[in-house]
Design a protein around this ligand. Structure first.
Ligand SMILES: Nc1ncnc2c1ncn2[C@@H]1O[C@H](COP(=O)(O)OP(=O)(O)OP(=O)(O)O)[C@@H](O)[C@H]1O
Ligand SMILES: [Mg+2]
Length: 238
């Protein structure tokens, strides 16, 4: 067995008195997809934020590609290939589509930037058509494409996608999954936080069900039967 690409060990996240992650442990193998599901407030976004370096854990360690990255900031994590796509898009609405993509490409070596942005336009042709438009004038789904494109531009090793399909029309959800599928095909490891549990499970290799900041259940998706989901996820399984 090779070491996991990502290891979360007894990680705790607090916001003042609120305990969002209560000593969570999990591992993610390189090239695999981990679906993270759970009810509202379970700690899914907190996991995404602590992986992406947006919040510091109050206890525990995070290891990525053989290094202890606990407490690394967002910039450093992103540069190392651990890329967080925040819930609610993380798009600069006052900038054009092209500016958003160029900003993301700023950490790519200069000689590779144009190619990286070009690949994003190939994957999401609608962004190429809208490149001169302000990002804020695009639809929710199109802004989600910008977010995903920004993540893919930096050739991430791990993509942490937090509720990318939230508020999107079914057709746009398909587009988001196409983008994720493309990333996975390129060998990107994905931590997928999704409200559409069955969709997430169909895409993922492993699943963890969070409840009050801890893993209520985890295992291969084949074992995440409707029974298991009903038991650990309650009515939100559908
Ligand atoms: N900035 C904050 N300040 C205080 N409490 C917070 C903050 N962010 C999250 N929390 C609390 O931490 C807990 C976990 O929140 P988190 O956003 O991680 O949940 P989630 O699983 O992503 O929920 P959702 O499905 O609604 O997105 C919740 O109880 C929430 O109220
Ligand atoms: Mg959330």
């Amino acid at each position: 067995m090779t070491d996991p690409l990502l290891t979360v060990d007894a990680v705790e996240v607090r916001y003042g008195a609120a305990l969002a992650l209560a000593g969570l442990s999990l591992t993610v193998a390189e090239g695999s997809v981990l679906a993270v599901v759970g009810p509202n407030g379970a700690g899914k976004s907190s996991l995404a934020r602590v992986l992406g370096g947006l919040v510091r854990p109050t206890a525990g360690t995070i290891r990525f590609a053989g290094r202890d990255v606990t407490g690394w900031g967002a910039h450093r994590a992103r540069q190392a290939g651990l890329v967080h796509l925040p819930e609610g898009r993380g798009v600069f609405t006052g900038l054009t589509v092209a500016e958003n993509l160029r900003m993301a490409a700023a950490i790519v070596p200069r000689s590779e930037r144009a190619d990286a942005v070009g690949r994003a336009y190939t994957l999401f042709p609608v962004l190429a058509e809208r490149r001169r438009q302000l990002a804020g004038s695009l639809s929710g789904g199109e802004q989600q494409m910008i977010s995903l494109a920004r993540g893919l531009i930096v050739s991430p090793r791990v993509l942490v996608a937090d509720e990318m399909s939230l508020g999107l029309a079914p057709k746009m959800v398909d587009v988001v999954f196409e983008g994720l599928s493309e990333a996975r095909g390129a060998g990107v490891t994905i931590v997928l936080i999704e409200q559409y549990v069955h969709r997430a499970l169909a895409f993922a290799d492993h699943c963890v069900v969070l409840h009050r900041g801890a893993a209520a259940w985890s295992g291969p998706v084949a074992e995440a039967t409707d029974d298991v989901l009903a038991r650990f996820l309650g009515t939100s399984a559908a």
